[in-house]
Design a protein. Structure first.
Length: 278
């Protein structure tokens, strides 16, 4: 009962909370349109979908913290094809999945609700199905957890591949800014420094690329279309282009893009499908 109430509160908050793009008059003239076209029931084994990718017209997802170390492969109509064990991996808190242009898959085991983890990592599945582990830490975290509430900004649920790197977005309940990090997937261990920060005033739960430099950021009840800066920018900033409210979508945790459509899953077993046009 308490969880159901919390989900409804999230939905109502979405209806009344202003979208961040409303503060930018230039973005008000955008011709991007996002339209909901279908809702699909996820396979029963995916009871807490926390990441989505699409490969060869097939959707892959995984469950949240404590779930089995499996990827679940299913159709866009919700039909389960198979379950794939990620050998040697453990699901401490899997929060995101991404893919690069070569077909490598990355699973983010970096959920860190209490900001106290020392074992953050990303699992890489290469095209030959070999699994390797990329360990990392945040160079700007010195306390586990930080004592001050406003400094508890080391949870992460969003990651995407961008120009040969992995980009990680912080998710914070208390900090006033979102931190963005770059990780080199060819290094086995990394100490990450913030690439840049921006103010979104949303809890970032997933992200996906929709073009070379445009991304869709998912929060509880919103899709936010943004433009990423180039890696060579001396003063990197993120540009918010459009915000689309997703009322009553409940606890949305995963987003993926494919062929003009955006797919959003929640932890209540639903897959929402949207068209995006320019």
């Amino acid at each position: 009962m308490i969880l159901k109430l919390a989900y409804w509160i999230l939905s109502l908050q979405t209806l009344f909370k202003p979208c961040p793009c409303k503060t930018n008059e230039d973005n008000a003239k955008t011709k991007i349109r996002i339209k909901h076209i279908e809702t699909v029931q996820l396979p029963r084994c995916i009871n807490e979908s926390s990441g989505l990718i699409i490969l060869n017209d097939t959707i892959y997802s995984h469950n949240d913290s404590g779930g089995l170390p499996y990827l679940y492969r299913f159709s866009k109509s919700g039909q389960l094809y198979d379950s794939i064990e990620v050998k040697t991996a453990k699901n401490v808190d899997w929060e995101e999945i991404s893919k690069d242009e070569k077909g490598n898959i990355f699973i983010g085991d970096f959920g860190n609700n209490y900001n106290e983890r020392h074992n953050l990592c990303i699992y890489k599945i290469d095209t030959s199905k070999q699994v390797s582990k990329i360990k990392f830490s945040y160079s700007n975290q010195t306390e586990f957890p930080p004592i001050k509430r406003k400094e508890k900004n080391f949870d992460c649920e969003a990651m995407l591949c961008f120009q040969g790197n992995l980009v990680l977005f912080s998710k914070s309940k208390t900090a006033k800014k979102e931190l963005v990090y770059l990780l080199n997937p060819n290094e086995n261990t990394s100490s990450l420094k913030p690439w840049f920060h921006f103010k979104l005033h949303e809890r970032v739960t997933s992200v996906t690329a929709i073009s070379d430099n445009r991304i869709a950021i998912l929060s509880y009840g919103k899709l936010i279309i943004c433009k990423l800066p180039d890696l060579t920018d001396s003063n990197p900033k993120i540009q918010i282009i459009l915000c689309k409210k997703l009322p009553f979508a409940r606890q949305c945790e995963a987003v993926a893009y494919d062929s003009g459509k955006i797919f959003v899953s929640n932890e209540q077993g639903k897959l929402f499908i949207y068209t995006i046009t320019y």
